[in-house]
Design a protein around this ligand. Structure first.
Ligand SMILES: Nc1ncnc2c1ncn2[C@@H]1O[C@H](COP(=O)(O)OP(=O)(O)O)[C@@H](O)[C@H]1O
Ligand SMILES: [Mg+2]
Length: 448
């Protein structure tokens, strides 16, 4: 028999048409309780699974939810949207899929999407790619992973020279609010030699997101980026999943063989979202109110960045909020232990007007010195020594208590500092390649 309609007997065609009209069996439970952000669903609990999706029928339509736990005969779910209008007894349809997956494609470049992979830039539908990328993918198997690649030019000379990053390396940016994280991330997205930037904005205010897109990133920066946004007013699941989607999109471009620069601002807000989800599911709070799953989800997320098994790499920068210089807060501690280096930004430096406000001496790239061009290693060492000599004496010098001539080394540091400070500062419209950066630093501290 063929599928040619002309040769199919009429009765068979009618049967086929009738079959097509049959609704697939809908498995559903019912809402029995709502506690805060938590929806409790009773019914065919055996058909539901952790991380699976439920669609609760509210007054205004279906509200997607994710199963985050079970208690007795009930599934505990959290919504991706507002629960407004949901009543006791509303059906909750069990979907045969994980709560999230995206199908990224090349056409996502230049677009802004939400944590469900929907466009939020008003530019129409997103072209779907052929492959499904689950939001919660596993990292590539450790044994099959390549090693981190050669140096990746980030276009920002302070990082390029003192904290060289390799393709596939993952670093944290530790900073308080208002010290210049967003501007720095936008510079990296615009000036890096990576092929694509994937930027996740997690838990920012709506105004900050607009400022980032329009003032910092700009049209040219956006054109080579995909931006994933979940603002602070969105449900915890959306904020958490925005980080997952960011990695899923980065994985797509990595699988295409691209050098991807993946950035999430901030990983702290991701941890807070996971904490809110954990607390709602009944997890006990431990360190500073964070729940145990926060510390199991963090490595699962961060490990997805890095070298792949093929050509493509995901180099990643994750911002960590540190207030009042408290670098020992639990999320900062956990992140520092997972990543291959950290960049510390300081309010004091920003207040002096030097941007990016990176404290070189407190920052470290764990691939240095291997990643640094050997010809320039002595230059970097000498510049670091000048910085540290100056830092040791800074108080005295500021107070005017240091007498010139007492130490030739300090005299030299005092003489070189203005040029090094100028080198470390970089306007947001200025790009410097790795080669240019080293050449300029060598000119300042002398190269031999
Ligand atoms: N490279 C820079 N050059 C000049 N000014 C900068 C630079 N980076 C940051 N700033 C200043 O710092 C302010 C705060 O930066 P922003 O990136 O929004 O901070 P954060 O994201 O850490 O809250 C900016 O509005 C800008 O005035
Ligand atoms: Mg910001």
């Amino acid at each position: 028999m063929t599928d040619n309609p002309a040769t199919v007997p009429a009765s068979l065609a009618a049967l086929r048409a009738a079959l097509e009209r049959v609704e697939p069996l809908a498995v559903y439970g019912r809402v029995v309780a709502i506690r805060g952000l938590l929806v409790e669903v009773a019914g065919p609990v055996a058909a539901m699974r952790l991380g699976g999706r439920l669609d609760v029928e509210g007054a205004g339509g279906l509200i997607p939810c994710e199963v985050i736990g079970f208690q007795g005969e009930r599934a505990l779910a959290m919504p991706f949207g507002s629960l407004e209008g949901v009543r006791r007894g509303c059906p909750a349809f069990v979907r045969d899929e994980a709560a999230g997956a995206v199908r990224p494609s090349q056409g996502w470049l230049g677009r802004v999407i939400d944590a469900l992979g929907r466009p939020v830039d008003g530019l129409g539908p997103l072209p779907e790619g052929p492959r499904i990328y689950p939001l919660r993918a596993d990292p590539p198997p450790a044994h099959a992973r390549r090693r981190v690649g050669p140096a990746l030019d980030l276009g920002v000379r302070c990082i390029n020279t003192f904290l060289t990053m390799c393709a596939g390396q993952r670093m944290g940016i530790f900073a308080g609010s208002g010290v210049g994280k967003s501007v720095l991330l936008s510079m990296l997205a615009r000036y890096t030699a990576a092929d694509v930037a994937v930027i996740g904005l997690v838990g920012e205010r709506g105004r900050e997101v607009q400022e980032f897109l329009q003032d910092d990133l700009g049209a040219a920066g956006l054109a080579r980026s995909v931006v994933v946004v979940a603002t602070s007013d969105e449900p915890a699941l959306m904020r958490r999943n925005a980080a997952y989607v960011t990695l899923s999109v980065a994985e797509h471009f990595r699988d295409q063989g691209a050098k991807v620069l993946c950035m999430i601002d901030s990983i702290t807000r991701f941890a807070m979202a996971q904490r809110d989800i954990g607390l709602a599911a009944g997890e006990p709070p431990t360190a500073k109110g964070y729940t145990p799953t926060v510390f199991s989800e963090l490595p699962r997320l961060l490990e997805r960045a890095g070298p792949g098994v093929g050509e493509g790499t995901i180099s990643a920068l994750f911002t960590v909020l540190v207030e009042g210089d408290d670098h020992n807060e639990p999320v900062a501690d956990a992140v520092r232990g997972i990543l291959d280096g950290h960049i510390v930004m300081e309010r004091g430096i920003a207040e002096r007007g030097r941007y990016p406000a990176i404290n070189v001496l407190r920052s470290v790239s764990r691939t240095m010195p291997r990643s640094c061009d050997p010809a320039y290693l002595p230059v970097v060492r000498r510049a670091r020594r000048v910085l540290s000599t100056y830092a040791d004496m800074e108080e005295l010098i500021r107070l005017g208590a240091y007498r010139a001539g007492s130490s030739p080394e300090v005299d030299q540091a005092v003489a070189l500092m203005p040029d090094i400070e100028a080198f470390l500062g970089q306007g947001k419209e200025e790009a410097t390649s790795i080669g240019e950066g080293y050449a300029r630093l060598a000119q300042i501290v002398g190269g031999d």
